[in-house]
Design a protein around this ligand. Structure first.
Ligand code: UDP
Length: 502
């Protein structure tokens, strides 16, 4: 009887990530955080992604967590995408995006069936699944949004959308201030996303508007960051933008042993122990880690400049290379590069165990495309950055790192791109790359020392945030308690209705 009552009061959550690693990885960790708090957790996934996830989730189940995966087929063929497509990274060109979004929209019906069958108490769904707010509401279920980014960038985007400070700017390189924010944030016209500059009927504009409306109608936002990192923006978001948010990160701290850190997202292209052995042979803070996330595709001419810039800097490096889909031939490395770099540089093709690498004491810098997970993982590891934003909200994230937190230097990227392949963007030359690396890694000046000190302090705060009395842990508890309370009230209302014969 007691267990029946406790089952009746046990919360059940549906976690629904969209099919891109930068969103799936943190959402799986969020799922595991809920499960570890005794919440029955069901991850909604597409079949191929589910195979990758099941390794981690099976392990969690063995350790006693109430966590499961429920699959929904991804209608790739039905919309004209190649069979087996489930992820944005598999799309060969931006022309395929409308089809991809069409397929994502077709997940609504099977998702509603699952809602009807299992009646979870709440849903946490990726921002790109805007229709989940409405779908969940049909069954009286609250939906929380996961944007995959921080609150700072949400505040910047909202200010740009409302105030349009760029409207009087003519030159692409001219900078302007983003109004109404807790800090003076400066950016240039060419760094502003196209769909913010011009409201059109383009796919991105339509999708962005749907996301905005679904956010307003949702229960609130779950954020992978921690209060101390962006407190002024968390307060601004709540008071000025008017949306409730729970900061429960860094969720990568959920991956707390070597295997768990190595197996996030995809299988690594390199055995984790061989990377660790390589790093063990290096001095503290002597290696720069260069990686541009799970989606970016860099053209050959830019890869050549990176190779030359890294060689020129003389620093040890780990460089994760994923090439453009159309650049089949591997002809970007300068003649004899790999032989010359032997022992000094490690190239990892496709997928690296990123958190494991960043956490190693030999790593002293991260050249990053400014995806939010990468930045937060770098902060958590206490590693300063060289920022090289490319698309999505990455330019906002760069400003957060360089202008607010002051824990990184920019490489000097200027042009926002709509798509993950950085074609038609000016190539960043080797001199700039080598200068940025040498400045971060070899300069012993006061400014650099202060920057390292700041990022280490933030790293300590990040780790404290997920401790028992830490802010992220407390916010997660508050959310769970609130949802439990609302479940209890609903049960009581149902009982009363039963009692009076409804
Ligand atoms: N990642 C990884 N190995 C790689 C590339 C990426 O583990 O070789 C992980 C990285 O740790 C992060 C995520 O993939 O958690 C990328 O997310 P981010 O927000 O940084 O960028 P996105 O891929 O979404 O552009």
């Amino acid at each position: 009887m007691a267990s029946e009552i406790s089952q009746q009061h046990q919360l059940h959550v549906f976690i629904f990530p969209v099919t891109a690693q930068g969103h799936i990885i943190p959402m799986i960790n969020i799922a595991r955080l809920f499960a570890a708090r005794g919440v029955k957790t069901t991850i909604i996934s597409t079949p191929i992604n589910a195979i990758t996830l099941s390794k981690t989730i099976d392990q969690d189940k063995l350790s006693g967590l109430d966590i499961n995966i429920q699959t929904i087929p991804f209608p790739a063929v039905e919309v004209g995408l190649p069979e087996g497509t489930e992820s944005v990274t598999q799309l060969a060109s931006p022309d395929m995006m409308p089809k991809f979004f069409l397929a994502v929209g077709m997940l609504q019906q099977p998702f509603e069936k699952l809602l009807e069958e299992y009646r979870p108490d709440f849903v946490v769904a990726d921002m790109f699944l805007a229709w989940t707010t409405e779908a969940a509401a049909k069954f009286g279920i609250p939906r929380l949004i996961f944007h995959g980014t921080n609150i700072f960038s949400q505040c910047v985007a909202e200010s740009l959308r409302i105030n349009k400070p760029f409207e009087s700017i003519i030159n692409d390189e001219e900078s302007f201030l983003v109004p109404g924010l807790p800090d003076n944030i400066e950016m240039t016209l060419s760094q502003v996303p196209e769909h913010i500059k011009k409201e059109t009927d383009s796919l991105f504009c339509v999708v962005a508007e749907k996301i905005r409306i679904s956010e307003q109608k949702s229960y609130g936002v779950l954020v992978n960051s921690f209060y101390e990192l962006e407190s002024a923006y968390a307060d601004h978001y709540k008071n000025s933008v008017g949306i409730r948010a729970w900061q429960i990160g860094p969720v990568s701290l959920r991956n707390n042993d070597t295997l768990d850190k190595a197996e996030r997202g995809k299988e690594s292209s390199i055995e984790e122990h061989s990377v660790l052995k390589w790093l063990d042979s290096k001095k503290p803070n002597s290696v720069i880690y260069v990686s541009f996330g799970s989606m970016s595709k860099i053209p050959n001419d830019q890869l050549t400049e990176i190779a030359t810039g890294l060689e020129e800097s003389g620093c040890s490096f780990i460089w994760v290379v994923r090439k453009m889909m159309t650049d089949k031939e591997e002809k970007f490395l300068p003649e004899g590069f790999e032989e010359r770099m032997e022992g000094n540089g490690l190239i990892i093709r496709e997928w690296a165990p990123q958190v494991l690498i960043l956490d190693h004491p030999a790593v002293g810098g991260f050249m990053t495309h400014c995806g939010w997970n990468s930045i937060l993982e770098s902060i958590t590891a206490g590693v300063p950055m060289i920022t090289w934003p490319m698309f999505a909200e990455q330019f906002y994230n760069e400003k957060f790192v360089t202008q607010v937190l002051k824990i990184g230097n920019t490489v000097g990227a200027e042009e926002w791109k709509e798509w993950v392949e950085t074609t038609n963007v000016s190539v960043i030359k080797e001199e700039k790359i080598s200068k940025a690396v040498t400045q971060l890694m070899n300069d012993d000046g006061e400014e650099n020392k202060e920057m390292r000190k700041r990022v280490i302090e933030l790293s300590e705060k990040a780790k404290r945030a997920v401790k028992e009395d830490g802010s992220s842990n407390v916010q997660l508890t508050a959310l769970i308690e609130e949802l439990k309370m609302s479940k209890k009230q609903n049960i009581n209302i149902d009982k009363e209705l039963d009692f009076i014969g409804y």
